[in-house]
Design a protein around this ligand. Sequence first.
Ligand SMILES: *Cc1c(COP(=O)(O)O)cnc(C)c1O
Length: 376
Amino acid sequence: MTNSSLDNPYILLTPGPLSTSPTVREAMLRDWCTWDDDYNLGIVTPIRQGLVKLATSTAPEKYTTVLMQGSGSFSVESMIGSVVPEDGKLLVLANGAYGNRLAKIASYLKINHIIHDTGELAPPDLAQLDLALSSDKSITHVVVVHNETTTGMMNPLEAIAAIVKRHQKVFLVDSMSAFGGVPLDIAQLDIDFLVSSANKCIQGVPGFGFVICKTTELEKTKGIARSLSLDLYDQWKGMEEGNGKWRFTSPTHVTRAFHQAMIELDEEGGVSARFARYTENQKRLVEGMEKLGFRCVLPKDLQSPIITGFYNPDSPEYDFLKFYNLLKQKGFVIYPGKVTGIDSFRIGTIGHVYPEDIDRLILAVEKSMYWNAQLV
Ligand SMILES: *Cc1c(COP(=O)(O)O)cnc(C)c1O
C-alpha cells in the first residue's frame, strides 16, 4: 500500500493530524443520529471496548474507556482536572512541550503540583522521582508523557511506573502519540489513567480524545471535576447508562471514521505490526537523511519510531520555509522544530505512511537541497 498523488495533494509527516487512509475518510460520508442504537451500540460501544482490548490483554475487565470531545489536550485537561482532588498534589515529570503543558493545565486549574523538569534532551530522573515520592508524602498523583512529541523521545514508562506504584501513587500517562503504535499493557504497568486521541497512532481524523481508566480509580473521582463539559466521571456515567451516549453533541462523523481506523489497525495485524511499520519507516528515514548529511537531534537509544528531529543544515543559504515549500510541492509536508535553542526540524513517521513513501521522501529531500550546489 502506498500513497498516490491522486489521493491527497501531499502526505502529512506532521503528527498530528496525520495522513489517513482513503477508507477512513470515506467512512465519514453519511450522517448519524446520536441517540440511535445504530450509532451508540453499533459504533461508540465497540470503540470503547476495542480501546480497552488494545490497552491490555491481561486484565481488560479492570478498565473502561471514556471518549471526550475536542483535541487531545481537552482529554488531558479532562483527566487531570477530574482525577486530582482538591487536597491532592500532582508531580509532573516534564521533558518537553507536552510535559510542560501538563503542568500548565494544573496551574490553570489551581491544582497543587510540582514539576520535575529534566530539559528537552534528557529522560526523567528516576532517582529524583524516587526521592521526591519518599520525602514528600503529600504527593498523591504522578503524570508523565509517554512519547514526548517535542523531540520524539520515548520515556521509560516501565521504570517510571515501577517507582510510582512502589510508592502507591495514582499514575496518569499522556500516551497521545504512542498509544496504538507502541506495544503496552496498561494493567501490567498498573497505570490508572491513560490518555490518547483519535488522530495519532490509531490513524483516525481529529475531533475527540479518550481516557482509558482503571474502573476502581475512576469510581473514586465523582464530584472532583473542575469543569462541566470536561467532567470525566460524568461523561463515563453518561456513556455507561446511555449505552454509548455522549452527554453533549458527539463528533459523529469523526467517531465513525475512528471505528473504521480501528478495523484497519486490526487488519494490519494490531499494535505490534503497526509498531514494526513505524520502526521501519523511521529506520529508513534516518538512514536516508544521514546519507544526505543530516544529523539527528536525539541519540538513537532515546529515539522513538514516532517522530525524529534533525538539525538544520549549517549553511547560510538554508531557510526552513524554502525547504518546506520545495518538499510540499513534491508531496510531503514536514514539521518545524520545537526544541528550545536547537535549530532543527522534525519528520513524523506515523499515519497512513509506508516505507516506500519514506524512500520517495528521501529522493524528494535530495532534490530539495538547494543550498548544496553539488547535489542540485
Ligand atoms: C498531540 C499531542 C497532544 C495533544 O495535542 P492536541 O493538539 O491538543 O491534539 C498531547 N500530548 C502529546 C504528547 C501529543 O503528542
